[in-house]
Design a protein around this ligand. Structure first.
Ligand SMILES: NC(=O)c1ccc[n+]([C@@H]2O[C@H](COP(=O)([O-])OP(=O)(O)OC[C@H]3O[C@@H](n4cnc5c(N)ncnc54)[C@H](O)[C@@H]3O)[C@@H](O)[C@H]2O)c1
Length: 381
């Protein structure tokens, strides 16, 4: 069996996502399993070339994982023909410049979401990649979560009848940093640094809605900054200039109404950090990251509104667990494998820069809806 190795330039590996999900749990995990299997039976392993601003931090990671290549010189990494792919998990505000450079160098590009801070820039990236003829992909990890894969299976199997509505609840309490350390980086709370929950989460909600339910036709969003000041990684108090909660209503093709709350200032009283309830004429489902529960019309109870009597029914007991019926691998890794196959043997990869741009567009229009206090139509890109 033949095994070849390709170089992958990885920028932003000292960050939360770059290190854990992409380097350790995807690229290194792929090598540990013997590489990515191609359709001709051969395998491909990945040689990560770590790029970042701080040589010491890169050296630590390289040493810990026995990685031979790291540099603070992006140009040098891009000039090496052995490096076929450029991956970017930097802070969002640093993405466009580096990705354009990598496109110019003829690399295939895989990037975290959002691909850019504005629709115009996100479209420019998609156009630049197309003009140069390089493959391009954006991380759309939620599509590969077991809970959402089960939901997709239900949709494909016709479980819901006509889907009427979707209600998404996402969020958890992100500590302010004063008496307990914040569990997210401080740039997330500064608009000038590419922060904000709309820019962070609407791209996710966009590809979830588009892939599972249909095109997003309009958005109404109320974005707020509930916690006005926080304490950063150095212990300094700073003003939160970006939204930390967003309450959105989206109209989808087919008349489906989706309402999604996103908040870093909410305490969790749910089974999972994100849950979507989907109601259809024939059945309903509640899907989280891993689990999915359903209630079919045939077993739907008939509650009668009577506030004078205590509730005796245990409504959540009337739902049934959807079985796994499959093994679910880490979604980040699965998407990496798909992208490698896309680059090397032209396997389909729908999560491209064009779809990434539609996600950025929804975030931008969500912010405009908030600023103007009105519902905004989403033009087709
Ligand atoms: N797919 C997902 O579920 C998901 C989740 C969280 C974040 N993200 C995205 O991943 C990207 C990174 O987010 P993160 O949470 O890992 O952030 P992080 O702050 O932990 O890491 C940011 C990385 O960018 C680097 N960087 C480059 N230029 C920088 C600059 N000028 N200032 C600060 N850091 C700079 C840092 O060194 C670090 O390696 C963001 O674009 C974010 O939207 C995606």
């Amino acid at each position: 069996m033949s095994v070849r190795t390709i170089g992958v330039v990885m920028n932003g590996v000292t960050g939360r996502m770059g290190y854990r999900q992409h380097l350790v749990r995807s690229v290194l995990a792929i090598n540990e399993q013997g590489g990515v299997a191609l359709s001709d039976g051969s395998r491909v392993t990945l040689k990560p070339v770590l790029v970042g601003r701080n040589a010491d931090k890169l050296a630590d990671i390289a040493k810990k994982h026995e990685i031979s290549a790291f540099t603070t010189d992006l140009d040098a990494a891009l000039s090496d023909d052995a490096n076929l792919i450029y991956f970017d998990a930097q802070v969002t505000s640093a993405r466009v410049k580096a990705v354009l450079k990598a496109i110019e160098a003829g690399k295939h590009i895989y990037a975290e979401k959002p691909t850019a801070e504005s629709t115009q820039e996100a479209i420019a990236l998609a156009e630049a990649a197309a003009a140069k003829g390089v493959k391009n992909g954006v991380v759309q990890d939620k599509l590969f979560l077991p809970g959402l894969l089960k939901l997709k299976r239900l949709i494909d199997g016709g479980f819901f009848g006509r889907i009427l509505s979707v209600r998404g609840e996402f969020g958890y309490w992100v500590f302010e940093g004063d008496w307990q350390e914040a569990q997210r980086p401080s740039w997330n709370y500064r608009a000038e640094d590419g922060g904000g929950i709309v820019l962070d989460m609407f791209p996710h909600w966009h590809y979830v809605m588009e892939n599972l339910f249909g095109r997003v036709q309009s958005v109404y969003a109320k974005a707020v900054t509930h916690i006005p000041s926080r304490v950063d990684e150095q212990g300094n108090t700073y003003q939160a200039t970006a939204d930390d909660a967003a309450y959105g209503i989206f109209e989808l093709e087919g008349g489906i109404i989706a309402q999604i709350n996103s908040s870093w200032a909410v305490r969790v009283n749910r089974d999972e950090l994100v849950e979507f309830q989907v109601d259809g004429t024939h059945g309903s489902a509640v899907a989280g990251l891993r689990k999915c529960r359903v209630q079919h019309r045939s077993v739907t109870p008939k509650p009668v509104w009577n506030p004078d009597l205590p509730a005796t029914a245990r409504f959540r007991d009337d739902w049934q667990e959807v079985p796994d019926n499959a093994e679910f691998d880490n979604g980040f890794k699965v998407q990496w494998e798909n992208f490698i196959r896309h680059v090397l043997e032209d396997a389909p990869f729908p999560n491209d820069f064009a779809s990434g741009a539609r996600g950025v567009q929804l975030a931008e229009l969500g912010l405009r809806s908030n600023a103007e206090g009105r519902r905004i139509e989403v033009p087709e890109l």
